[in-house]
Design a protein around this ligand. Structure first.
Ligand SMILES: Cc1cc2nc3c(=O)[nH]c(=O)nc-3n(C[C@H](O)[C@H](O)[C@H](O)COP(=O)(O)OP(=O)(O)OC[C@H]3O[C@@H](n4cnc5c(N)ncnc54)[C@H](O)[C@@H]3O)c2cc1C
Ligand code: SF4
Length: 330
């Protein structure tokens, strides 16, 4: 590991001031992703600004929904009564991720910011445009079984690996950020992560030095009928090959509102408004679910080794919708 300067921040504004003054500084939260990457020489910050002492761990009801502190632990968030009762989709998604020990350390802000699990990104002997601009993409013509089938570019075919964000996209959350000018701004979750385009080094739309302080989720009527389905190589402690965050609001057997977000298929959680349009106003039947699943994967362009994700994605959507309708909890 390369040596680095270490500092602690007394409040959010001070943390932003310190990090933004140094172009190679990084925030340190639970450290479960950043420290691994530093040990592999993938991340080489010259300074770590430790956030641990900041007062950003609250999970509280607001007039419009709920606010999750950026430093609240994933485990505390998933198990909080407000979340279990009103946003079970989020609880299911967080509990599908990592392991109990990791969820006890990992924070909500860090989870949104976690980096891809592309093997070439982790191996500094390999070309990777995300790690080193202009070096090439090892996965494009290499082993790409876990990679993207939607929204990728010839510069990068990586996927965003997280689970929590897939649920947050379905719940239309908003990310509250302390800006480098000391003022707060909000970013709709849909605009938080980005597609690789010609600049894959940038995973999201945060500016250097900006600090996530909270994630806000509006009220909704999805609690009774939502489901997070994660398909992976092992039953636990593995990233999604394909994941589906499905949420329905129904009147009788008719679908009034729907949200479908796929994980493990693109550089960001992939919300399918095409699938949602096909669900709204229709009876909640197998036929309706299958039509929505077809629409969600219609534009998929698999790589050499991940063609299986297209059919898997369709089946996962249908199953997630069936389980959402039955009120099952993962
Ligand atoms: C073996 C293993 C398995 C895993 N499996 C899964 C899984 O199945 N599903 C899943 O979703 N995740 C999984 N994870 C990832 C894990 O959830 C993340 O490592 C964790 O959420 C990161 O949070 P952290 O607080 O530890 O972040 P850190 O490692 O401290 O930071 C990560 C990044 O976020 C930045 N950052 C942190 N907080 C803020 C903030 N408030 N504002 C701005 N930037 C910030 C840091 O600078 C850094 O760049 C796994 C991790 C491991 C090691
Ligand atoms: S897919 Fe992206 S992260 Fe993986 S090697 Fe290519 S550029 Fe790097």
């Amino acid at each position: 590991m390369k040596s680095f300067k270490y500092s602690t921040a007394k409040d959010a504004t001070a943390a932003v001031r310190t990090a933004s003054a140094n172009p190679t500084a990084k925030f340190l939260a639970g450290g479960t992703n950043l420290i691994d990457l530093m040990k592999e020489y993938v991340e080489r910050p010259s300074e770590l600004v430790d956030l641990t002492n900041l007062n950003l761990s609250q999970i509280r009801a607001t007039s419009s929904g709920v606010s999750l502190g950026a430093l609240a632990k994933n485990a505390d968030t998933a198990n909080h009564p407000l979340i279990r009762q009103n946003y079970p989709l989020l609880s299911m998604a967080i509990l599908a991720g990592a392991s109990p020990q990791l969820r006890n350390m990992a924070t909500n802000g860090g989870n949104l910011m976690q980096r891809t699990r592309c093997q070439y990104f982790y191996d500094t002997a390999m070309p990777c445009n995300k790690r080193e601009a202009g070096s090439g993409c090892g996965a494009l013509e290499g082993l790409n079984r876990i990679h993207a089938i939607l929204g990728y570019s010839d510069q990068c075919v990586a996927t965003y690996p997280g689970d929590m964000a897939n649920a947050l996209y379905a719940l239309e959350a908003v990310v509250r950020v302390r800006g480098t000018n000391g003022r707060d701004r909000t970013i709709p979750i849909q605009d938080f992560h980005r597609l690789p385009g010609d600049n894959p080094s940038k995973d999201n739309n945060l500016e250097h030095g900006e600090l996530i302080i909270a994630i806000e989720i509006p009220k909704n009527n999805f609690a009774a009928k939502s489901y997070y389905l994660k398909v992976r190589d092992r039953a636990s402690y593995a990233f999604a090959l394909v994941a589906v965050a499905a949420a329905l609001e129904t009147r009788g057997n008719n679908i009034k509102r729907a949200r479908i977000v796929l994980g493990g298929v693109a550089h960001k959680p992939w919300r399918s408004t095409e699938a949602e349009r096909l669900l709204i106003g229709k009876p909640a039947t197998q036929e309706t679910f299958e039509a929505a699943a077809e629409a969600a994967l219609r534009d998929a362009k698999p790589l050499q080794h991940n063609g299986y994700k297209v059919e898997l994605g369709k089946r996962a959507i249908v199953l997630a919708l069936q389980r959402a309708m039955s009120g099952e909890v993962a």
